[in-house]
Design a protein around this ligand. Sequence first.
Ligand SMILES: *Cc1c(COP(=O)(O)O)cnc(C)c1O
Length: 550
Amino acid sequence: MTAPYQQIVTDLRQAFPQPVSDRVHDAYFVFSFLRALDQVDSMKSVQPLLGKPIPLDYDGARASRIDENPKSLEQVTARLVEYLSGMLIWGHPRTQVNVVPSPTIPSIIGGLLPSIYNPNLVSEESCQRVGLAEIEVSAATAELVGYDPQTSAGVFTFGGTGTTLYGAKVGLEKACPGAMQHGIHEPVHLVCSERAHYAGRTVAGWLGLGFDSVVEVAADRDNEMRTCLLETQCRELLQQGHKIAAIIATMGTTDAFGVDDLEEICAVRDRLVTEFSLDYIPHIHADAVIGWAWSVFNDYDFSGNPLGFRGRTLRALARTRRRIQHLKLADSIGIDFHKTGFTPYVSSLFLARDKTELTRLARRPEAMPYLFKSGVYHPGQYTLETSRAGSGPMAALANLSLFGKNGLRSLLGHLVAMAEALREQLEAHSATHVLNSGNFGPVTLFRVYPDGVDTFSFPEREQTDPACRDKVREYNAYNRRIFEAVQAEALQGRGVAISLTDCYRETDYGEPVAALKSYIMSPFSEEQFVQYVLDSIWKARAEISATTAN
Ligand SMILES: *Cc1c(COP(=O)(O)O)cnc(C)c1O
């Protein structure tokens, strides 16, 4: 007589991968996954999304409860698949929404394998060779950005925000030695540009420095930190006897792909260290979660142009390299493979130029009595996290080996070529104005104006002249209407899904300026899809002027 629980255990065993080779069961495992993929596939259509956009039932979700009895694997997977309904397909050429890539197949498998065998990067005992993957990716990426792979080191963490947290925390320990043990008892700041990601604020809040400790430096029209103001503002902090834990340089801003002048930021820092005879060196962290990938162009032969990029693209890539080549000057760098490296979430690498700085984060061995009994690689001694998945480094490793430098150069070059094609058209037309014309990445921010606006002079006027306040608001609303019309077309499978940012920047008199945003990330994008964006815009403009004329 088997007890009821024994029967349940026997049935549930079918839902686990078999510990000993069992070809029949392996086939069942793979087939279960194939069926799920098949079910997802049937949700595809000409539209750039899976299934249908249905209103999300949050109340229903809160009413969810756990069942009394187990379900079959098939029932569960079928249910899981339904949750993808309504998702935009990021890799669809009709999607130009944000810096979200479509993951490659090897990177998906790189993420999947560890989720079957479950390595934990906390220490060598629990991750074995997957720990080597983390070291290999760190070394290869270090070399790519210009660090010495022998003296630098990297750890994967929980996102771009995590990389900024590591940078700020290392900086804090350098500025206020022993803060990890004793806490913070003096005024200390993070300094970044006003275009920096809000991750810097998040980190200041969570580290206990407080949002108010973040000093924002104004950015110029090209979305770069104004380094003369950086110098003035840092000098003021130091004159008051305050400390600087870290200066965060943004190497590729989220909205506009602005790239800070890291070389000058370092020069400012070095001058201030001398001027104030500081007993610590303010840490410089490069938030390159977006821009890092352009490092593949550091050693590209721009004059020979062996990959054959056309002139406008080549110029855009060279403009970015001009800034990105200085990444090696930063004390640490944040890198998201899940942004411009085409992996699944989460694959974020924190790189320290000097690996000994990571020991500033170490806990005392007595605090971790059950870990690190054997082997040599124990990142868990200094990482914030204890359990760390192997999926991040394995996915990154997959893509670095899939692409090589020329693969990544070609993909990025293609995305930039598409963005340049869009910009060329937007610049040629009198009803549109490109806002980030000084930034040369895959993202384009632009404003559309109704008939009769002189777009040669008006964009400059609306930026500077307070008398334009009402017009700015009117055109913000106008751009929102264009966005809604373009969005509706996209969901019909005709146009292209783009996005809208409510505040691309403020005017000189403090009014938010909204902008339409095209972020081209799909390797499947082609010029015809750029044309669809324009067609949708002209159609929307015509509809709006027809309704206002009535
Ligand atoms: C996206 C982004 C972040 C945050 O990264 P996550 O991986 O989303 O946590 C930080 N900085 C910049 C510049 C970003 O674009």
